[in-house]
Design a protein. Structure first.
Lengths: 293, 90
């Protein structure tokens, strides 16, 4: 007997992960283990041991293959995947999904659908872009070799291209580049990363927005701004008082001296006593002024 | 820095406590009502959704647009508000 493990002895989750690793379409959610075992046997064992194709299995395989091809070429309808399968599929495309709960599931399904569409439509562009992406982290010789390979094989499915370009797995490359160049639109996966604010210069990221060191509320910031103005404000007050005195002296020179003396007396009284005296004095003064005119 | 609204600054200034959804920047009466109908009656619940999406602004704006019918500006403002709140208090 060969080295091949008996799939029936593997656990269901192990079978699922094996199928995903070999880019096999997963059956509908909550299928019986037998279905996974069959797929495992068909695809994985079929790839490993080419000599083992028996006459009995071939027609069965052909029928199953036709059934599979009638569905999408990629992983079928995201809606029918389990939470784990959805997470695994997103991970395949380099997306680290958070918990897939009732409220988040719809979002992640939509995301997966977008990724699948982009994979299908941009297969040609994706190959070229992958060549460009690889050039950032690999020697140019390898890039030319890869691009030549990919140009020859653009007719085939992008999955096979991924498998054949064994030099670099696509997922970490995309992830790294997103960190380095957050502004570029990574078209192969269709994920458009809008540049977000980095967290206060953490992890060597440039501080685009100068946050204060302590989490200061805007209220204290406004108070600080006001305090900053207080020194010039004092100067402004002094200047105002000086101007007032200058105008007063001009007024003194223009007007009659008697009213000026009364004003002086009133002001002297006011400085010693309370402010209540001033209105009385002011009314007297206005009467005297009107009397003179 | 102050291209933010007063509502934004008020929200980010202190722990949100039991504030209603309408206290969030970008969420007015109409949007707040729609969110409450779906069960997001407090700002903290919306914060929960934001955290579930791993504080990803893009995904959160998509969710908010679907859930409440917000436009891009409103959703972006809300996401920015929550992100800053998290940076300050979380």
């Amino acid at each position: 007997m060969p080295f091949v493990e008996d799939p029936a002895q593997l656990s269901k989750t192990r079978l699922k992960s094996d199928l995903v690793a070999h880019n096999v379409e997963l059956p509908p959610a909550a299928s019986k283990k037998e279905v996974y075992v069959e797929l495992h046997l068909k695809h994985i064992d079929h790839k490993n041991t080419a000599d083992f194709s028996s006459d009995d299995e071939d027609p069965v395989q052909d029928v199953e293959k036709k059934q599979k091809e009638s569905q999408d070429s990629e992983v079928p309808d995201p809606r029918r995947l389990t939470d784990d399968d959805l997470k695994a599929a997103l991970l395949q495309h380099g997306v680290k999904a958070g918990p897939i709960v009732a409220s988040t599931r719809a979002l992640y399904e939509k995301k997966l659908r977008k990724l699948l569409q982009c994979d299908g439509h941009d297969g040609l562009n994706g190959a070229e872009h992958k060549a460009v992406l690889y050039s950032d982290s690999v020697d140019e010789e390898e890039k030319e070799a890869d691009s030549e390979q990919e140009q020859q094989e653009t007719a085939e499915e992008p999955e096979q291209i991924q498998q054949q370009s064994t030099e670099l797995p696509p997922e970490p490359v995309k992830g790294i580049l997103k960190d380095f160049i957050p502004d570029t639109k990574t078209t192969p996966t269709g994920i458009y990363a809008t540049s977000r604010r980095p967290i206060k210069g953490a992890a060597q990221r440039p501080i685009q927005y100068a946050y204060p060191d302590t989490p200061v509320s805007p209220m204290t910031l406004e108070r600080r701004e006001v305090e900053r103005h207080l020194v010039p404000i004092q100067i402004q007050i002094l200047v105002f008082i000086a101007l007032a005195f200058i105008l007063y002296f001009i007024y003194v020179n223009v007007e009659d001296s008697s009213s000026v003396l009364a004003l002086l007396d009133s002001f002297n009284q006011w400085s010693d006593s309370e402010e209540g005296v001033l209105p009385q004095v002011m009314t007297q003064d206005t009467q005297s002024v009107s009397g003179q005119d | 820095m102050s291209t933010t609204s007063q509502k934004h600054r008020d929200f980010v200034a202190e722990p949100m406590g039991d504030k209603p959804v309408t206290a969030l920047s970008g969420i007015g009466e109409a949007l707040g009502q729609k969110l409450e109908d779906q069960g997001f009656d407090k700002a903290s619940v919306v914060l929960g959704q934001f955290l579930l999406l791993k504080k990803d602004s893009e995904m959160f704006t998509d969710w908010l647009k679907d859930a409440s019918g917000a436009n891009s500006r409103q959703a972006g403002s809300c996401a920015q508000c929550l992100k800053e709140w998290c940076d300050a208090f979380l």
